[in-house]
Write a protein that binds this ligand. Structure first.
Ligand code: ANZ
Ligand code: ZN
Length: 848
């Protein structure tokens, strides 16, 4: 044994050995049928595939080390762990490199992948780096296109129009990222909004299915993966549900006095309609347009003011416009609408808090019972009528506070609705409005169809052909993939780059055989990432996007690690693709991932976000060189909870390195003969096994490591460390620090004569004898019981009982146990008391 811990002497050595021995290769190509007796259980770990930006940064390390530890843990628990790898390759930087430096996006991307692969190797992870799925290969393009055509056939992909960013000089659509401060990134001209034809995916078809049920409450509190149904973080479920924004209500038609016009308002609260005192329409509403076109006008219409208001709104974001509590602005149109229920005249206003894209772009204002309407009415001196009484029968005028608090109640001031609760009233008034032809029930959604095509080069070509005679015709499946031509002109001309390769564009119509044109657009990168984890299960499958049987064996994903920024984009798209695949009969489940875990961010040492311009970037390669991969891994897993955000600390990683040196040094204390363990040693060991196991089940690597450290402190104080303690410590540490633990474990085996030093490692040998193939140690519950103590329970200083409880028990646990004792309970009944607990010694209830 070398006496000093030098990471560089062992890390590369073991990485090569593991690779040679295929230690972590998942046996999935063997198509083992799972779940049957005698076969192992699977565990699919998925980490969001990294974008091929060029280098691994410390954030990549952070996001991968905990999943790696968790995967190793389940492997040691007897699972076949599937932990595949891939690269997300389509994006702006690749195309920018092409434009700026003349490097082809594909060359740029492949070069980056080579660098990143080599960097990933130094992590010593069990992730399978050997054959990553790369989304810019012809193979991947082919199945992207296949899926797109299937979507087209089912009406899920369609050509439509959407209001888009439009550069009037370059004559092209711009992605949001291409608009800088309202201007075009290429030419600097002011970007306009224009209706442009493009490809869409009808995610709205699945809106209802994508809504998370309320019952999907976090169900996971540890336990084995099989027990878990679905467990996604509440902010993700709620965020997605709000984004889908399903609203059941009614469209009510209001006649405009003195005209033949009608304005339709969408409301979810028609029960309150006797309290309606005004109408508000969005600045983009067609009624406003007709006023601006001078087709509609009254004496009170102030054309100039309206025009100004409409112009001002154009630059405001949706979120700004909707913000509650913001000072309300607006302008009166000069027109009045008539309330169908009571003939009341209601002024029609224009205001930006009403959005053009939701409902009908027009709202009936009920200031008594809607906060924004209330703020608006206050601002412009409009009547506020109360039509729902408070819980306690309160009918006094509405205030801002009541507005917020009162959600239920009985109808007042509402004619035939009086006395009904709001829900009954809602149904009754809807029936009435529909019967009289004043309205129609409707369900509205906030979510819009997904604009999927980009007028860029670097992506999967849209597999469609435009024929003058036949219209849009899909490329026949046998002709897939439509590959990207290498030669295109990237110089911005306004045309999509693909359109500049005329040879590529020219094609025969598959239907009529006449000359036709290819589609020059490419698919958004989020199309690729919506289904890559299916491809992972069978990366070179040629009969479809993935092998159904493999998906059946391996999916759903057991845990999906990724960023919180993907709540409304990527993870929603991935769920949508899963629903679509289910319709195609390709999968049988509803959700692709049982559990979603979101990671936090490692900040620079100065507490700021790492960025080259701030000079606070920590380069993982440097850290590995200086401290070794194990210390970097351990530090990142330990520095904060997985979803935390904290700055990098050089001192702390040095501390980690010292910790590993102490583990290394423990060899010297190893006893040659196995002596019996003292009770407290047994307790410490089993307590640590229990804690590390439970924490890893719940993906709390940081507290698991803290427990190992505590145990090491205990062991370091002893004169001799037994074989079983030493070996167990190494096994518990192995998921976090795979190299040092392997080295020390093999040394231990040499010492114990299990392995002769001169014997060559052959692969069969190492696969079974690697520390990473050992079983996770079992907790000896009996030894933990011996840590139970008898604690006297007093009430006001008098002994009333005794509880037997673990020394580790918290105050709450001891109190809970004491209260199960009838004798103790008798003295406390209906009394207020304070609790004093001296851990392991005495519990005293002091009655106040
Ligand atoms: C009358 C009413 C009375 C409303 C009442 C609410 C409470 P929520 O509230 O989230 O369920 N609305 C409709 N179209 C809108 C648009 N284009 N822009 C902004 N707001 C709009 O969403 C439904 C409510 O949002 C609708 O019901 C409407 O206000 C408003 F006591 O109508 B309500
Ligand atoms: Zn044709």
């Amino acid at each position: 044994m070398s006496t000093k811990y030098i990471p560089s002497q062992i890390e590369k050595k073991w990485q090569e050995q593991w690779k040679k021995d295929k230690l972590y290769k998942f046996p999935h190509f063997a198509k083992a049928s799972r779940g049957k007796q005698g076969t192992k259980k699977k565990y699919y770990t998925l980490v969001e595939l990294p974008y091929t930006s060029g280098d691994l940064h410390i954030g990549h390390w952070f996001t991968f080390v905990t999943p790696d530890a968790v995967s190793r843990f389940w492997r040691m628990k007897g699972y076949d762990v599937f932990f595949p790898h891939g690269y997300d390759t389509i994006g702006l930087p690749a195309e920018n490199a092409a434009i700026k430096r003349g490097i082809h996006p594909r060359d740029w991307t492949l070069k980056n992948i080579a660098t990143m692969q080599a960097q990933f190797e130094t992590m010593g992870g069990m992730i399978d780096l050997e054959d990553p799925v790369i989304t810019c290969t012809d193979e991947y393009f082919k199945w992207n296109q296949w899926i797109f055509i299937k979507m087209f056939e089912k009406g899920v992909a369609y050509r439509g129009k959407a209001l888009s960013n439009w550069c009037p000089v370059d004559k092209t659509v711009l992605a949001d990222e291409h608009v800088e401060g309202g201007k075009c990134w290429r030419c600097g001209s002011i970007v306009e909004k224009k209706e442009v034809a493009q490809w869409f995916l009808k995610i709205t078809k699945y809106a209802d299915e994508l809504i998370w049920p309320h019952s999907a409450e976090a169900s996971f509190v540890g336990g084995t993966p099989e027990k878990l149904e679905v467990d996604w973080p509440k902010p993700v479920r709620e965020g997605q549900n709000n984004w889908i924004g399903k609203k059941e209500g009614i469209n009510i038609y209001y006649k405009i006095q003195g005209t033949k016009e009608e304005i339709t308002c969408f409301t979810t609260r028609p029960d309150t309609n006797f309290g309606a005192t005004f109408i508000v329409i969005a600045p983009e509403h067609e009624f406003v347009q007709r006023i601006l076109d001078e087709k509609l006008k009254t004496e009170d219409t102030d054309l100039k003011k309206i025009k100004e208001y409409v112009q001002k709104t154009a630059s405001k974001s949706e979120l700004d416009r909707l913000a509650e509590g913001r000072k309300k602005t607006g302008v009166f149109t000069g027109f009045y609408a008539i309330n169908n229920l009571n003939g009341k005249k209601m002024p029609v206003w224009v205001s930006d808090f009403v959005l053009a894209g939701f409902g009908t772009g027009a709202v009936v204002g009920v200031p008594g019972h809607d906060l924004r309407d209330f703020e608006f009415a206050k601002e412009f001196g409009i009547d506020i009528i109360r039509v729902v009484a408070g819980k306690d029968g309160d009918t006094s005028p509405i205030t801002h506070e009541k507005q917020v608090q009162e959600k239920e109640g009985k109808m007042i001031n509402s004619d035939f609705l009086n006395g009904l609760d709001i829900h009954t009233a809602t149904k009754k008034v809807m029936d009435y409005l529909e019967k009289e032809g004043f309205g129609k029930r409707i369900i509205n959604y906030h979510i819009r169809d997904w604009s999927i095509s980009r007028q860029r080069y670097w992506g999967t070509p849209v597999p469609m052909i435009h024929c003058e005679a036949c219209g849009i015709v899909p490329v026949p499946l046998k002709d897939l993939p439509v590959t990207l031509p290498y030669e295109v002109d990237f110089t911005p001309t306004g045309k999509p780059p693909l359109a500049t390769n005329e040879k590529w564009m020219r094609v025969k119509c598959p239907k009529c055989g006449k000359d036709a044109k290819r589609d020059p657009e490419t698919l958004d990168t989020f199309f690729d990432s919506a289904w890559y984890y299916y491809r992972y299960t069978s990366p070179h499958y040629t009969n479809g996007p993935f092998d159904k049987d493999q998906v059946k064996n391996l999916m759903p994903v057991d845990v999906y690690f990724g960023g919180a920024e993907h709540t409304l984009g990527h993870t929603l798209y991935a769920r949508f693709f899963t629903k679509f695949f289910k319709d195609l009969g390709l999968v049988t489940f509803d959700e692709f991932a049982k559990k979603r875990v979101q990671h936090g961010i490692v900040l620079g040492p100065d507490g700021n976000k790492m960025s080259k311009s701030k000079g606070n970037v920590i380069n993982p390669d440097d850290m590995v060189k200086e401290y070794g991969a194990d210390a970097v891994r351990l530090y990142l897993a330990f520095m904060m909870p997985y979803d935390g955000t904290a700055p990098w600390s050089t001192e702390a990683i040095q501390g980690m390195h010292r910790f590993l040196q102490r583990v290394w040094g423990l060899q010297e204390k190893l006893e040659t003969r196995n002596s019996k363990l003292e009770t407290q040693d047994l307790v410490m060991m089993n307590k640590t096994i229990k804690k590390v196991g439970e924490d890893l089940e719940e993906i709390k690597a940081n507290t698991a490591i803290a427990a190992i450290m505590e145990w090491l402190n205990h062991l370091s104080k002893k004169d001799g460390v037994s074989n079983i303690e030493y070996q167990t410590l190494l096994i518990l540490l192995a998921p976090f620090a795979p190299h040092i633990t392997e080295e020390l474990f093999q040394e231990l085996r040499i010492k114990n004569n299990e392995l002769r030093k001169d014997k060559n490692h052959n692969s069969h040998f190492i696969i079974h004898n690697s520390i990473h193939s050992q079983s996770w140690p079992k907790v000896d519950k009996d030894s933990l019981k011996t840590s139970e103590v008898k604690v006297p329970v007093q009430v006001n200083g008098k002994l009333r009982g005794v509880v037997e409880i673990s020394v580790e028990a918290s105050k709450e646990q001891v109190v809970e146990k004491a209260l199960t004792d009838e004798k103790v309970k008798k003295y406390l009944e209906e009394k207020k008391y304070e609790v004093i607990y001296v851990p392991g010694k005495i519990l005293n209830f002091v009655i106040e």
